[in-house]
Design a protein around this ligand. Sequence first.
Ligand code: MF3
Ligand code: CO
Length: 248
Amino acid sequence: MYIRINNFKDIKNIILVSKIVHKILNYISFYIKPGISTGEIDNICYNKIVNYYKAYPASLGYMNYPKSICTSINDVVCHGIPRYNEFLKNGDIINIDISICKNNYYSDASKMYLVGNVNSESINLCRVTKNSIFKSLKYIKPGNKINLIGSSIQNYVEKFGYSVVREYCGHGIGKKLHEDPIILHYKNNYEFTFKKYMIFTIEPMINIGSHRTKVMNDGWTVKTIDKSLSAQYEYTILVTENGYKILK
Ligand code: MF3
Ligand code: CO
């Protein structure tokens, strides 16, 4: 495993592209209403990324992925493909995952959106998923073991009876969308430590029921095996001299 360390030029560029990702995550929130299709949401993001920010949606064409963003509704864990015949409805929760490339630098982030009036079970899942990341951040500093992240997230969400998806992980990012190291969100024995100026994502997928998942026939869409709800947030994070900085 090779952990790439960023220089100041790299960090400057990755901060720039991270700001674009978060501006689009904010901008799209105004469109998240019952009745809009995920295809339309994708199209709005594509146009903003390409025409306004002069950047490129890194998911588009990634291993032949057909769209610019991932839209994962309710029991979809991740990699939901936007479609013009899939409409948001009152009470849904949806994750929108945006990866962008500009000046050959990458950033990646995602968050949950509530569609109309959402029940408290769904709201709690989203809140705990987001909190699980924030609780884990205190372990990030040069020299600390990376696996403190996974144990922190698993211990926290299991207090609420939730489970951590095992098959998908966070990752180094910067000059490619996915770089070493992998960041597991569950308890693990990886020995690697955080290095100053490394940049990586944390992106736990948390289920109300079983942690097990299955990939649908489209080759991408991942669902929970028991149809329970799943939530995910993702941040791109820089390791600083004595801590971390969320890039947004
Ligand atoms: N954004 C995803 C991640 O968090 C990757 C999406 S690649 C795609 O790593 F092809 F599935 F879109
Ligand atoms: Co990612």
